[in-house]
Design a protein around this ligand. Structure first.
Ligand code: ARG
Length: 640
């Protein structure tokens, strides 16, 4: 029943290529300058729209409608069979895929494996290093830290899904002047009981105590400085304390990484680069980039409006290295050792200047040395605000700890789940609450444009209505329950390749398969159910054998099918612009199209072909929703 001709994954890209071809075939002036710019269209006009004719016609002083007509005439007949094509307005070209094209796509892309194969051309062959989370040691993680973690992890998953080789690096801030005070505090003010109770909390307290004391007592300041010098000179006792402090921090960080399903390939903190700094001073000077200024070693960028005057300091006047020195060494290590084609660093917007200076410096330095320049992106994000429009704080005015925020999310989700499904055993409700609570916080962050600030709102993010994790997780469980009621396997109900390939989605998206068990006891229960039910398997294959699905027909079937086919273009745009909220909006709309379809069209039609095509729409909606949510780092549920 499958077509033998290859089915394009991204129809927008297919149309783009066809129009470029047509430009040459129609012998347009400077045809190679024509960029068709095919995008998903307003559904009232078509599935896709080419917007590139107007700018081309303007640049070449031609009539845009005439250009559009020439292009249409040059499109291959085969393409005209597959799409309704129309010229609209001053020179837009609209395409509407015929129902048979929709059916071909839906039949072909029947598993996560096939979707990945389709997307592999987006970033295939690229090696990308992503530096995210990267907190400083000896401090608690606060709510603001979640942005780098969840946006960074989603970007890793998206790039991997689109064919890139991804290296996840946690660039921990484990070195610096704070260790003088920390070690002094540890040696002089340690509360053993507090350390045993909550080690990271105690470290944070020790730092504050030492910092206060150093402000008022010069002797303490001197002592702290002396501890730092001893550490830098390799004093064994201070090195031991430094290690101990990092170990404590790391344990606390990893508890949260586990809860958020984040696993790094490397944790090369700032200290890792200590012995690589002298080369930076050497090369910056021998390249003529760095100059001495008031005893410090600095880089100016005369061509830049601000950085002509505001220097990038790479060695302080006391001879010490700093954040900039380390980041230059880090850049070099990532290009030389990891041979990264592309480097992505996530931090909040406060570091924009630093990374702009780092990148300006790197480009000049690499050009002088003849090093291969990677692509570089500093992805910055806004702040998480309270209802007062200021950074989210606790009632006592302290920053909100990430761990307590996640704990609260799970508690609140537990209350909601208990209200919704009081009949479920408590262990199941706890499991669902863990997934719903953590996902809700995560999704609330991802669904916002990453460059903007947003207001943290418990009621909104835990709501079962709207663009939220609870709504989408629930939409997924609803499709599962449709198949459960029919006694059909949700992934093979229409004779797809898979069942197995769903686990493949999980493996693919998380990079380790950790998520395949993410549904936990409940997902397992469902899998067992279907595995132990030969009747189900028989029903499935009988179904498939007797009725091949026909192309979508009704208004709601067509709308849903068209929405499903937008996935490739959305995936591409999301990954290219590193904006997870594009994918969130799409999944939300997809769930909406499914709801309308399900309310309007009876899936269990008596007519076998109708029933087969409606089941096909159900199973593909499930596949895309689950694939998308896993890319966003969510765990999935099959019931709730
Ligand atoms: N530790 C830094 C901070 O907490 C972020 C590090 C980002 N990565 C880097 N290579 N500079 O602000």
């Amino acid at each position: 029943m499958h077509t033998t001709t290859p089915v394009s994954f991204n129809l927008a890209a297919e149309l783009d290529a066809a129009l470029k071809h047509a430009a040459t075939a129609a012998a347009l002036d400077e045809a190679d300058t024509f960029s068709p710019e095919v995008r998903p269209a307003d559904p009232r006009h078509g599935d896709f729209q080419a917007n590139g004719v107007l700018p081309y016609a303007k640049a070449h002083k031609q009539n845009p409608r005439a250009v559009a007509e020439a292009l249409l005439a040059a499109l291959p007949a085969e393409l005209r069979d597959r799409y309704e094509v129309a010229i609209a307005g001053p020179g837009f070209i609209n395409f509407r895929a015929r129902p048979a094209v929709l059916l071909d796509w839906l039949l072909h892309y029947d598993s996560a494996r096939k979707l990945r194969a389709g997307a592999a051309s987006y970033h295939g062959g690229e090696r990308t290093l992503v530096d995210y989370s990267s907190p400083n040691t000896a401090k608690q993680l606060h709510v603001g830290h979640i942005r780098s973690m969840v946006i960074g992890e989603t970007i890793c998953r998206l790039l991997e899904f689109c064919g890139a080789e991804v290296i996840r690096d946690n660039h921990i801030g484990d070195w610096g002047t704070q260790f003088g005070k920390l070690i002094w505090g540890y040696k002089n003010r340690l509360d053993e009981n507090a350390l045993a109770q909550d080690p990271l909390e105690e470290l944070e307290r020790l730092y504050k105590v030492a910092d206060e004391a150093a402000k008022t007592q010069p002797a303490v300041l001197d002592a702290a400085r002396a501890e730092l010098v001893k550490l830098q000179q390799g004093d064994p006792e201070n090195l031991r304390l430094w290690n101990e402090i990092n170990r404590i921090s790391s344990t606390a960080f990893h508890r949260i990484y586990e809860q958020l399903d984040i696993r790094f390939d490397h944790e090369l903190g700032e200290s890792f680069y200590n012995d690589k700094l002298p080369r930076i001073y050497d090369e910056m000077q021998s390249c003529g980039l760095a100059t001495e200024s008031q005893g410090a070693l600095v880089v100016f960028h005369p061509e830049h409006p601000r950085f002509a005057k505001q220097p990038f300091i790479i060695r302080k006047s006391d001879g010490a290295s700093n954040y900039a020195t380390t980041d230059l060494a880090t850049m070099l290590y990532r290009t030389e050792h990891f041979a990264a084609d592309s480097i992505i660093i996530l931090t909040d917007t406060r570091q924009n200047d630093h990374f702009e200076q780092l990148w300006l410096t790197t480009q000049k330095w690499y050009a002088k040395k003849g090093y291969r320049l990677p692509k570089f992106e500093h992805l910055s994000f806004g702040s998480i605000l309270g209802h007062d429009g200021r950074a989210l704080k606790t009632r006592t005015g302290d920053p909100v700890r990430l761990q307590s925020l996640l704990d609260e999310a799970v508690e609140r989700a537990f209350a909601l789940v208990t209200e919704k499904s009081p009949e479920l055993p408590e262990a199941d409700r706890r499991h669902i609450a863990e997934t719903v609570g953590v996902s809700a916080v995560r999704y609330a962050d991802l669904s916002q444009n990453r460059s903007s600030d947003y207001v943290f709102d418990w009621d909104k993010l835990l709501s079962f209505d709207g663009n939220t994790a609870p709504y989408l997780l629930y939409a997924v469980t609803r499709i599962h329950s449709i198949f459960r009621k029919l006694g059909l396997d949700p992934y093979t109900a229409t004779g797809g390749e898979n069942g197995r390939s769903t686990a493949d989605t999980a493996t693919a998206a998380t990079g380790d398969g950790g998520n395949s068990a993410a549904g936990g006891s409940m997902a397992t229960a469902t899998e067992e159910e279907s595995a132990n039910a030969p009747a189900t398997a028989a029903a499935t294959s009988a179904d498939t054998a007797h009725a091949a699905p026909t192309p979508p027909e009704t208004e709601h079937e067509l709308a849903l099918a068209r929405k499903l086919l937008q996935f490739p273009a959305v995936l591409q745009a999301t990954t290219a612009q590193f904006r997870p909220h594009f994918l969130c909006t799409y999944l939300f709309e997809l769930a909406g199209s499914f709801s309308s379809f399900y309310a309007a069209d009876k899936v269990l039609s008596d007519e076998p072909a109708t029933r087969a095509r409606r089941l096909l729409l159900c199973t593909r909606t499930l596949l895309l929703l689950e694939t998308g949510l896993k890319l966003l780092g969510l765990r999935l549920l099959t019931r709730m």
